[in-house]
Design a protein around this ligand. Structure first.
Ligand code: ADP
Ligand code: ADP
Ligand code: MG
Length: 452
């Protein structure tokens, strides 16, 4: 096992990984930018190294400085967390050359899966159903018109390199296809330095259901069941839960085995997630594999009792996966609300600033993953997520009740947060009935969730 690990990330996920290291008796070395100097979680690390200025490009996204820090700190491995360099195959390759273990999948698997056109090709080969769409990248507007006509409107234009809900455009008719295609290309080039696009059918009223995977370097792969992440705004997740309400046991089994099949075809190891869309008739379609630990991984940790971050570390150290598929069960129901420093009253604009009052909820079945506290300064430089609030109860109904109670207890002021929106969602009849799809939040924000 490793004795020292560097954490190439910040905020709640850095703290989550520090905790895993401490639980395992490993020294965690943190890194921080000027903006994160003095953050309390850094004190829980064995050591913390400044890696540069506040903008991510000058610190958390700079592979050379992070590797230099890793060498100075004399670590055996680097955990990239999520976001930043987590899905960057070049960084994984640089780690390999520096003889430092990258805690994640191989650079090759990451390269393959980071390209959604390639990932779709692989899914086709592994006989995993995928959204009908272009087989290759779509090169020109003319080609886009032809393909969209063949698939039938509405369609989605998507960036092959896309992530974080960006680079996705719904197109409802041919009249706007050309301009949408042009804009999507510009967006993709600006955001991902790669303008490669593809087109797929827009699945109407889908649920987003994803399967958690864990694989070792010897080819053993297990799934840890699904998470339903249908509650999204602008293709970004707000609430996640497990089990998924309203999918049959048969669909659940089929989804999970398709995910394992695909991961095997990709030569995948470490933790990863296979994302699907599920339509009203419970047809499911492969969307993408996220080659990293996900924001919502604690949902799965709660219902299975498996510590995913510890397993990522063990697998990177060459350990064999000791989990047997038939011993991994779903116990009870878990829900996560992402609490962001955003103002729901003003179109969810980010609200950085100092937190004066911070009283997290507690009690039976509550887990709060956060790096924030009273006196903490939410930086404008990074993601606006300040806490993940989770509950775990025997049934979905009880989990919803516990979440309502926990949201009511949670005090964060004076900055605006998304707590009020989560409270309304937990009261919404359609959410309570599990009667939701990926459009639910935005539809409800236009009507029932609107304030006053
Ligand atoms: P999850 O499924 O883990 O919730 P998200 O899509 O919300 O994944 O992304 C998690 C984090 O990673 C977010 O901070 C998001 O901005 C970032 N992220 C994901 N993919 C990319 C990408 N291709 N480029 C830049 N950031 C990304
Ligand atoms: P990202 O890499 O940004 O996470 P995904 O391909 O996972 O991109 O899609 C993000 C979200 O966009 C999905 O969870 C879903 O809500 C929506 N979406 C993507 N593709 C489609 C589609 N073909 N039809 C309907 N919704 C889609
Ligand atoms: Mg996705």
């Amino acid at each position: 096992m490793f004795s020292r690990i560097l954490i190439a990330n910040r905020g709640e996920i850095a703290l989550r990984i520090i905790r895993a290291c401490r639980d395992m008796g490993i020294d965690a070395i943190a890194v921080y930018s000027k903006a994160d100097e003095g953050a309390a979680y850094l004190e829980l690390a064995k050591d913390a190294i400044c890696i540069g200025a506040a903008p991510a490009a000058a610190s958390y996204l700079n592979p050379a400085t992070i590797l230099a820090a890793a060498e100075v700190a004399d670590v055996e491995a680097i955990h990239p967390g999520y976001g930043f360099l987590a899905e960057n195959p070049t960084f994984a390759q640089m780690c390999r050359e520096a003889k430092i273990e990258f805690i994640g999948p191989s650079a090759e698997a990451m390269q393959l899966l980071g390209n959604k056109v390639e990932a779709r090709r692989l899914a086709r080969k592994a006989k995993v159903p995928l959204v009908p769409g272009s087989k290759e990248a779509v090169e020109s507007e003319d080609e886009a018109v032809k393909i969209a006509g063949k698939i039938g409107y509405p369609v989605m234009i998507k960036a092959s390199a896309g992530g974080g809900g960006r680079g996705i455009r719904a197109v409802h008719n041919e009249a706007v296809l050309r301009s949408s295609f042009r804009h999507a290309r510009q967006e993709a080039e600006a955001a991902f330095k790669d303008g490669t696009l593809y087109i797929e059918k827009l699945v109407e009223k889908p649920r987003h259901v994803e399967v958690q995977l864990l694989g070792d370097r010897k080819g053993n792969i297990v799934h840890l069941w699904e998470r339903d992440c249908s509650l999204q705004r602008r293709n970004q997740k707000l609430v996640e839960e497990s089990p998924s309400p309203h999918i049959s046991a048969r669909t659940r089994r089929k989804l999970c085995s398709a995910a394992v099949r695909l991961a095997k075809a990709a030569g995948y190891y470490s933790a990863g997630t296979c994302e699907f869309l599920v339509d009203e008739k419970e047809n499911f379609y492969f969307m993408e594999i996220n080659a990293r630990i996900q924001v919502e991984h604690p949902v799965t940790e709660l219902i299975t009792g498996v510590d995913l971050v510890q397993w990522q570390i063990r697998i990177a150290a060459g350990e064999k996966l000791k989990l047997r598929q038939d011993a991994i069960e779903q116990h009870g129901h878990a829900i996560e609300c992402r609490i962001n420093a955003e103002d729901p009253e003003h179109n969810f604009r980010p609200c950085p600033g100092r937190i004066e009052q911070f009283i997290p909820p507690g009690g039976p079945g509550v887990r709060v993953d956060t790096h924030a506290y009273a006196g903490y300064m939410v930086s404008p430089h990074y993601d606006s997520m300040v806490a993940k609030l989770l509950v775990h109860r025997p049934t979905r109904r009880e989990a919803i009740n516990a979440m309502r109670r926990a949201l009511e207890e949670f005090r964060i002021s004076p900055i605006a947060t998304t707590i009020p929106i989560h409270r309304k969602i937990m009261e919404h009849i359609d959410f309570v009935d599990g009667n939701v799809d990926t459009g639910f939040v935005e539809r409800a924000l236009d009507t029932d969730l609107r304030s006053t």
